[in-house]
Every structure is written in structure tokens, then in C-alpha cells.
Ligand binder design. Structure first.
Ligand SMILES: Nc1ncnc2c1ncn2[C@@H]1O[C@H](COP(=O)(O)OP(=O)(O)O)[C@@H](O)[C@H]1O
Ligand SMILES: [Mg+2]
Length: 248
């Protein structure tokens, strides 16, 4: 069974008398361990689709099964619970809290889950190592470059050990070199750690770092393409271990 499966999903918005179908009859299955890209022009429904996959929103009609659970039938509190447990989000504009250092930002989701202090610190450090930023754990967001801030956001998405990472235009606010680093981190997490990743992008070169590209147009899946030779990210990035950092 796929990790996540949407069947004939439609999402309709109403504003006054006008109804807009942001998604129409979308069927999509993602297996555990896949890295896929959702591509399409502005307004094609990419964010709407990612929000449904991420349990921030529910389909108007159709079914969505995530890790064996029928999401479309869940109430708000169950939806929030599933989201907190199974989904790690990465946003275009990072969404870090400016007054907290990198480590405290990464610890936040664990605080909401009631994880104790020592365990929080251990997990946050491991997640920062995975994105190569352990050494910068005491830096505030304002003391980090955009690319580094996005890496902190990826560590925060990872720290709760989610079933899937969902990224909406993760390189959209970055220069191309920093974007390449983000792609090399996603490929590392996917290939070396088996992380399932779904990213939304409107850039074809970013999309082709994944193993499959789904093309959206006017709220419908226009076509899908398996990427036989995903682009190799050229970004300079290496996961660290605490020991390596200490031996520096
Ligand atoms: N909350 C909303 N209310 C009304 N219409 C919306 C809302 N969110 C998105 N839409 C409409 O749904 C369509 C798809 O939007 P979106 O998923 O944000 O596209 P994309 O992320 O590909 O740019 C657009 O026509 C947009 O205007
Ligand atoms: Mg969008």
C-alpha cells in the first residue's frame, strides 16, 4: 500500500456565489521512500494539493489515505494530531522564530509534543547534524544566510521523525547556489535516510532532482514523468556527526 494515496480529489473554494475548483479529480499515489516534485504554473493548484497532502486542509470530495488512515473523514483535532505526527513542513520563507536560536527553533515541535529537555536537545542536535549545521546551533536566524535558515527549517521538519517531508517552493527565496545545497540535502535525506519527500516547485531544474515529476495545470494532473537520471545537486553540503565537529 502506498504511503499516501489521493483518489479523485476535488477541492472547491466558494467566494460569494462564485465557485473555483482549485483541484479537480486528482489521483496520486506516493510510495514510502519516494522523492517527487509537483510542478505547474502559478494558480495551478500546487499549494492546495500540498495542503491536502499535509492535512492542513481536506478535500471537498474524493478520498485521501495517509499511512492507512482515511484523512477526509477526520475531524479537526484528529487532523491536527496526524499532521503533527506524520508531516514535516518546509516553507518558501522558512518561518523560523527570530528570537530563538537554530537549536531552539528545531526543538519547538518537540516541546509541543511534551518531549523532555535532554531528549529534545539530543534530537535537535542530530537533526542539525543531518543538515550540516550543528556548529551553528547557537546562531539566531538573523545571523544565518537564507540557505542556512532553510536548512534549519529542514532540521525542524525532520526532528519529529515524520513519515513525509512536504516542501512548498523550498528554493523559491534562495539564490541558485543555496538552492542547490537544499537539493543536495533532500537527495541525501531521501537516498541515505529513506525519507519520503514531496516538493512543490515551478522550476524545472529543481523539479528534476526528484525521481518523479507530476505536472499540474488548472487543478488537474496533466501528466507524470519518471526521471530516469535525476540531476545531481552541485551544492557543497556534508552531513556531520558531533564527533567530527568536536575533532574539527
Ligand atoms: N483560500 C482560497 N479561496 C479562494 N480561492 C483560492 C484559495 N486558495 C487558492 N485559491 C484558488 O485556487 C487556485 C489554486 O491556487 P494554489 O493552490 O494556491 O495554486 P499554486 O500554488 O499552484 O499557485 C487559484 O485559482 C487560487 O486563486
Ligand atoms: Mg503556491
Amino acid at each position: 500500500m502506498p504511503l499516501l494515496q489521493l483518489q479523485n480529489v476535488t477541492r472547491q473554494y466558494k467566494s460569494g456565489q462564485i465557485r473555483v475548483n482549485a483541484l479537480t479529480d486528482v489521483s496520486l499515489a506516493v510510495e514510502k521512500g519516494e522523492f517527487i516534485s509537483i510542478m505547474g504554473p502559478s494558480g495551478s493548484g500546487k499549494s492546495t494539493l500540498l495542503n491536502i497532502i499535509g492535512c492542513l486542509d481536506r478535500p471537498t470530495s474524493g478520498t485521501y489515505i495517509l499511512a492507512g488512515r482515511h484523512v477526509e473523514k477526520l475531524g479537526d483535532s484528529n487532523l491536527a494530531e496526524i499532521r503533527n505526527k506524520l508531516i514535516g513542513f518546509v516553507f518558501q520563507s522558512f518561518h523560523l522564530l527570530p528570537d530563538l536560536d537554530a537549536q531552539a527553533n528545531v526543538e519547538l515541535p518537540l516541546i509541543y509534543r511534551g518531549v523532555g529537555r535532554k531528549e529534545r536537545r539530543r534530537k535537535a542536535c542530530a537533526a542539525l547534524e543531518a543538515v550540516g549545521l550543528f556548529e551553528r546551533r547557537r546562531h539566531l536566524p538573523s545571523q544565518l544566510s537564507g540557505g542556512e535558515q532553510q536548512r534549519v527549517a529542514i532540521a525542524r521538519a525532520l526532528v519529529g521523525d515524520p513519515a513525509v517531508i512536504l516542501a512548498d517552493e523550498p528554493t523559491g527565496a534562495l539564490d541558485s547556489a543555496s538552492g542547490a545545497v537544499i537539493m543536495s540535502i533532500f537527495q541525501y535525506l531521501n537516498r541515505e535516510r529513506g525519507m519520503t519527500i514531496v516538493q512543490v516547485t515551478h522550476e524545472e531544474t529543481i523539479a528534476r532532482h526528484a525521481g518523479r515529476v507530476v505536472f499540474l495545470r488548472d487543478g488537474r494532473i496533466e501528466r507524470e514523468e519518471t526521471v530516469t537520471e535525476p540531476l545531481t545537486a552541485q551544492g557543497q553540503f556534508r552531513a556531520q556527526t558531533v564527533q567530527e565537529v568536536q575533532e574539527g
